[in-house]
Ligand binder design. Sequence first.
Ligand code: FES
Ligand SMILES: [Fe+2]
Length: 454
Amino acid sequence: MENSVNEPRVPAAAPAKVFNTQADFLREFPLTGPDTLGGKMLRRYWHPVCLSKDLQDIPYPVRMLSEDLVAFRGLDGKVGLIGDRCAHRCASLQYGQIRAEGLECSYHGWTYDRKGACVRMPLEPLNTPLLAKVKQKWYPVEEWAGIVWTYMGPGGDSPPPLPKIDILARTDGELVVERGDFRNYNYQNFLENFADMGHVYVLHMLAPGETPEDVAPHCDTSVDIEWRHITHKSFDTSFGMKSVLVHNTSDPDKKFVNTWSIAPPAHWRFGGISAGLPPDFTDDRRESGGMLRIIDDGHFEMFRHTLVRPGNFRSTFFPRDSDKSRGLAEGTAGPREKKDYDYRKYPAWEGRPPLEDLVIQESQGVIPPREHELLATSDTGVVMLRRLWRRSMEAVAQGREPFQIKVDENGIFKVDTFKGFAKASEMKLGPENMPSSEDGRGLIRDTNGKAVFA
Ligand code: FES
Ligand SMILES: [Fe+2]
């Protein structure tokens, strides 16, 4: 394939109408290849390739957005990302050799620099004209926060700046960035799951529960968990979109708020989770999320990041005992017990939220047959996510930029992760960020261990 790096960003003929019907859009939107509208749109964003520490003295094979690539760290320490298949006779460059000039194919020694130029052909005459003809695919890369990122869109000689995710720039806690796992289905099954907060109450049965007796005197955190009493809204935001749940509590001026955020191309975040139980009220504040490396239409890899800080209590809910929520008698494993008549691919799958998400997302199909869907009121977040994608895909098809993430003067974007109790009078139910647990207000402990708003 011709390297898109050299293509102009604005196509010569921009269509007036991109999708005739929603069905046309739904067919295109999960696609990732370079010739699809979904894939063209995704290529206008920076994507994580691998961790910096993955690139040492050997090449690293990596499929990104349906293209087979190979990343390598040159002898000068700089990273390159080029097409995997050697231009000579198709050997894979993942078995290549790292040399001063670039990456050398192990078969006949053709050597490529970071911009895909062939700089050496040891079995050809000196100064062969063939050298100038070879243009290996390449993409610009940037290393930031221990992660290697790439921009696979057109104009890669001068790519747009990398929008930096706030949590990866934080220094006020212990940040862990790790590989999650590989999944064998489309990345939108995952993102749509994250735009859908209702499933937590049914699939995971993780609704807030009663405050434990020994905590209640310090802080009654019981909240109303009846779904039909919860305010459920989704908002377009400066970083992408978010969904928010607002629960009532016994105190009319105290609400429990939970926020989930998504930033394109595939970054998700959820709020600080705290614990702080008697007798010592030791608590950690934890902010979690991650991002996907979109491999192709049917595969992705997860990178997770978590920031943990010792901190004052920013109160959370206490999850319901999930055995009780599942209607199980004490001491029984029920659906979580492996049964000898369970022939499902994932037997005994219930009870662990990450496994529950995997099972359900995979069960929807590699690409779900969305023409058979029946969207309902609980899907407002899913609808908002699709609209965000649709607007961006239409913009790219018409020669404009897709949704642009708003960054501050340091190139960093802040994502709303508010989770906790808020005074009703101070709650902002809208696109702007609620104060995060980084600097935010909420229930904290005074010096006597009593929970107070601050
Ligand atoms: S196949 Fe790579 S140099 Fe021959
Ligand atoms: Fe989930």
